[in-house]
Ligand binder design. Sequence first.
Ligand SMILES: [Zn+2]
Length: 235
Amino acid sequence: MSELRRLYEAQLLEAKLDSLNLALKELPVYEEYRKLQAEAAEVNKAAGLLAGRLEEQWKRLKYLELDMQKAEEESKTAQVLLYSGKVSNPKELAQLEAKAGSLQRERSKAEDSVLQAMEAAEETEKSLSACREKQQSLADRLHRLKTQAVLELSGLKEQIREHQQEREKLLAGISDKLLSQYRELQQRFRDTALVPVDGEVCGGCRVSLSTNLKNRLCNPAALQTCEYCGRILVP
Ligand SMILES: [Zn+2]
């Protein structure tokens, strides 16, 4: 392979390396990972709130159960007294009956409250358990994504290493003079410092080559540049 052709191949590799390095920084898996992380943070927050709510609901339920027990005992005592025959005065009996009735109503109110509190706590438990499942599934997905990202990264890095080695090999035989001219042109033209001649036009600026230049291109030993844009021409 001629010196110029080798340099041209190296330039192609450099363009490829640029895009690989860019891909390394902007892997789509990163964005996906960030989104999932944000989602997981939201779910964790919701789980924390639900756990806090459930704790409060359990506490309240305990109080309500104690109230209910107390109401049950008081109601029972009143009923026992009412039917014991110990109170025979009709006025006292009527009063006792009224009290027993009111205690009975309080008792069933307390029982209703306990039931309602139980149902509310069960609802919260269900929501919390759904939240925990979601947390687990997100954690699994994040783990899988991380594994995927590591694989993609190492694949890209391997490709970059191979391209770099290949480029070094190609550049090893290039004279310093050509190399410095190439680097200089690279500042202006990036990855089109060297361009192939495309038919009879410069592959960079698309301007037709003069007859004189076309003749000179027949001599592979001499380096030719486009008369219009200054890029090095690869015959
Ligand atoms: Zn040109």
